[in-house]
Design a protein around this ligand. Structure first.
Ligand SMILES: [Ca+2]
Length: 238
């Protein structure tokens, strides 16, 4: 039974607090192209950003999935050093509750796609996630425990349990002027990563980036709390 479940991964355009059943009647053109940039929360200054700060939509997973991951491709040399020390992420959630648990995950490269296993996973949480695209845009900043960056490409993003954190979405950027950044996703019933550029779901056609930002330092830094404005906590996963 479990194996026969459809593998189609998600994905829904995120719409405010409109009930799920109403989603089909409304479309993504309601996504504001000029939504406010980073309305509150950490500024994530100094981190490498591949998005333009405005939220057009979000990516999630069907609630029947028990693990789902989205990661974005970065070049390690562009992150400012050899040790990953901070990651910022933007989420939104269209159904209660609005306090979430997730992991920040980091993967090395395997022939142009993320490797099978992460090189780091850091448990984190956020309270009071934005409930709509119009209010989304604030980042939660998660300190990373000096994760040594591999040479070449590195893939950084979030993993969560869609069965427990249902209707949770990672913010994305669809602004046409922005470059198209490789993003990959996988869920527990899939055997391999899927690129948003090869995914059949039309939700990915306007894709530009997900709102994940990363910062590194040249030398290992003392693991210290960063400004999280009381909205997040984080701890390394053993
Ligand atoms: Ca945008």
């Amino acid at each position: 039974m479990f194996r026969s479940m459809p593998r189609k991964i998600l994905l829904v355009i995120v719409l405010a607090s409109i009930p799920w059943v109403a989603l089909a009647a409304t479309t993504k053109e309601e996504a504001p192209e000029d939504s406010p940039a980073v309305p509150s929360g950490p500024t994530c200054q100094g981190l490498t950003a591949l998005d333009d700060s405005t939220v057009e939509s979000g990516y999630g997973f069907v609630p029947s999935a028990t693990t789902g991951t989205y990661v974005q491709e970065f070049e390690s040399k562009d992150l400012g050093g050899g040790y990953l020390t901070s990651v910022c992420l933007c989420f939104l959630k269209t159904r209660p509750d609005y306090d979430i648990d997730f992991e920040v995950v980091v993967y090395g490269d395997s022939n142009g796609v993320p490797a099978a296993e992460p090189i780091a996973a850091v448990a984190a949480s956020q309270r009071g996630v934005a409930r709509s695209k119009k209010t989304a845009g604030a980042f939660v900043q998660v300190p990373m425990p000096n994760v040594p960056l591999p040479p070449g490409k590195v893939y950084i993003g979030a993993r969560w349990n869609p069965s427990e954190e249902s209707f949770l979405f990672i913010c994305n950027d669809q602004s046409p002027a922005e470059p198209k950044v490789p993003v990959f996703f996988i869920e527990d019933r899939a055997k391999a990563w899927t690129s948003v550029f090869s995914a059949k779901d039309p939700i990915f056609r306007p894709h530009r980036a997900i709102m994940v930002r990363a910062g590194a330092e040249a030398e290992p830094a003392p693991v210290k709390p960063v400004s999280i404005v009381g909205t997040a906590s984080a701890a390394p996963v053993p």
